[in-house]
Design a protein around this ligand. Structure first.
Ligand code: PGA
Length: 250
């Protein structure tokens, strides 16, 4: 049985006081819930403070990106997965579409980041998803296949235990347009099939596939009712603690 995972992706939002206040508010509203894993991904500079504030609560802290290497060195502006782990992170988001489109993260560099995360002992949340043009042209399955094949290239069966896939259709991120539960399930089922080809059925059945793209309190239950949807990566609706808590308490 896969344990659901719901993550608040705060992106580049919140000053330190707000981040701490909202993390505690989330903790207070969801701590009684044991039916899913819950994580918060604040900006890097707030990770340690948020992790300290959540210590002992069962809530997890996630990074939003990591460097391609864990070796300390001349990488101005980068933060390694080991450093994230060192300040209390348990997971890291890799290959978010905003990283791919705004900051040039390629499938190859995303693969390096996934490997660095796994090597550091983090769970790597690999984001995949097609643009509206790719879906309209009927290429969405091929695009996601490519992102999976390159993004997970070279990972072992043991590594697969540290992988989470987030399907985030680009056209649904921050737009208010959610993929229908049927569209999301179709892709999640496809992704699980691809993972079975790569790692075998047993591993594919264990890997959590979470959905992201305009998840809200109003649509979480229907999404979660689908057999291959194991959780959610929530952007806009996670910024308000009560809204995020009602998603977690779906
Ligand atoms: P959204 O963002 O919930 O605001 O659509 C999701 C994400 O980008 O992870």
């Amino acid at each position: 049985m896969r344990r659901p995972l719901i993550i608040a992706n705060w992106k580049m939002h919140k000053r330190l006081d707000d981040a701490l206040h909202d993390a505690v508010a989330i903790k207070n509203q969801v701590s009684a819930v044991s039916k899913c894993d819950v994580a918060i991904a604040p900006v890097n500079v707030h990770l340690k403070s948020v992790a300290d504030r959540l210590e002992g609560s069962g809530l997890l802290v996630a990074g939003q990106n990591c460097a391609v290497t864990n070796s300390d060195g001349a990488h101005t502006g980068e933060v390694s997965a080991e450093m994230l782990r060192n300040v209390g992170c348990r997971l890291v988001i890799v290959g978010h579409s905003e990283r791919r489109t705004l900051y040039g993260d390629s499938d190859t560099s995303i693969n390096q980041r996934v490997k660095a995360a796994v090597a550091a002992g983090l769970a790597a949340i690999l984001c995949v998803g097609e643009s509206i043009e790719e879906r309209s042209a009927g290429h969405h399955l091929d695009v996601v296949d490519r992102q999976l094949l390159i993004g997970l290239n070279g990972l072992t069966l043991a590594d697969a235990a540290r992988i989470i896939i987030a399907y985030e259709p680009v056209w649904a991120i921050g737009t208010g347009v959610t993929a229908t539960p049927e569209q999301a399930q179709e892709m999640h089922g496809h992704i699980r099939g691809k993972l079975a080809e790569m790692f075998g059925n047993g591993a594919a059945e264990q890997i959590r596939l979470i959905y992201g793209g305009s998840v809200k309190p109003e649509n979480i239950s229907e999404l979660m009712s689908k057999s291959d949807i194991d959780g959610a990566l929530v952007g806009g609706a996670s910024l308000d603690p009560s809204s995020f808590a009602s998603i977690v308490n779906f």
